[in-house]
Design a protein around this ligand. Sequence first.
Ligand code: OAD
Length: 246
Amino acid sequence: MIPEIVIEKLLKAKRVAVLTGAGISAESGVPTFRGEGGIWNKLKPEELANFDAFMRNPKLVWEWYNMRKNLISDIKPNQGHYSLVELEKIYGSGFSLATQNIDNLHIRAGSKNVFELHGNIERSYCINCRKYYHDMVIDENKAVPYCQCGGIIRPDVVWFGENLPEEEINLSVEAAKQSDFYFSIGTSGNVYPAAGLPGIAKRNGAFTLEINLERTLISDEFDITLTGKSGDILPEIVKLLREERT
Ligand code: OAD
């Protein structure tokens, strides 16, 4: 059941900004990081998602990313992703989507104005000359990919201790500040600066809505938290909004 105020605020909103986390892809079959079945329950981020670990054992890190890449290539975006594409059609250039996910599912679903805060698993780059590569898959014989310049190639994802891509985070902060309505979907609110975006939106006057299976560390920063699956709640919101707009 969607509270009436959510649709009322969306009807008035000109600028809608969204933050997504691993939860929005869970219904597509991508494991989340925390909570039940979370990746970090079994694996240690300091061994896999960290630059020093990569330099110590690039083969292990590449194997892990290739395993995730294979998993992602076999799955599809879900109704949550597609509902955000619908919202972008409604709000046009007033819509933006900041995601912590590296799985590329928002782009595959058709979202356009996407800020990739933690990179994208389908891109890689040379740590020496910064040349970008797409769809880089480990060469079994060489174990680790190398650039023509001789530099080692790494996945274009943000690891622990690294800065976020400057333009993406600046655009996300600006979108949060300017938004009339801010959604935070499927994120546990553990990792900053992304987890700070809903608070920025609220302090700048946006109506803030969280969609998650459960309350999170940042739930207090929202006007409303809807508990449930994003793949159920988002299509319902889009349906009600379309009905009211016609
Ligand atoms: P988490 O794994 O920390 O949190 C996922 C959240 O999604 C949890 O709060 C779940 O309750 C919720 N959830 C699960 N299924 C859901 C569903 N169907 N509908 C709605 N919510 C659902 O993922 P993130 O918050 O994205 O960073 O994690 C942030 C960052 O931590 C990741 O980007 C990654 C990780 O370490 C890096 O790798 C840099």
